[in-house]
Design a protein around this ligand. Structure first.
Ligand SMILES: [Zn+2]
Length: 112
């Protein structure tokens, strides 16, 4: 149910027709990327209210590209975090090995 008037609660929150506080969500559909809508928490409630005014053509073209870029960067970040974790484990192993070797050198130097 799309509506043009919004009902507002005592603290300025947007209310659904069923009286619950509406939740704000973002649509990433290609035809209207990053469009923000109010919806209802109650399952099956058809309440839907547009928060933003319609987007210009340029924004409709640019925003999906930026959004895709963000998703690619998030994947790259996850890969890098995994690699950092792997390499820190390797560094710890090498530090332990170095310590053991230094101890052996000390023992050899001491006992001849
Ligand atoms: Zn509702």
């Amino acid at each position: 149910m799309k509506c043009s008037r919004k009902q507002v609660g005592p603290n300025g929150e947007v209310l659904c027709y069923c009286g619950k506080q509406a939740i704000l969500w973002t649509s990433w559909k290609e035809e209207d990327p990053s469009k923000r809508l109010y919806g209802c928490k109650v399952e099956g409630c058809p309440f839907e209210l547009l928060k933003d005014s319609p987007m210009c053509y340029r924004s409709k073209m640019v925003i999906p590209e930026l959004h895709n870029g963000v998703e690619l960067l998030e994947v790259e970040l996850l890969e890098l975090m995994f690699m950092v974790e792997f390499l820190s484990e390797k560094v710890k192993k090498l530090q332990r090995r170095e310590m053991m070797l230094q101890m052996r050198v000390q023992i050899l130097l001491y006992w001849g």
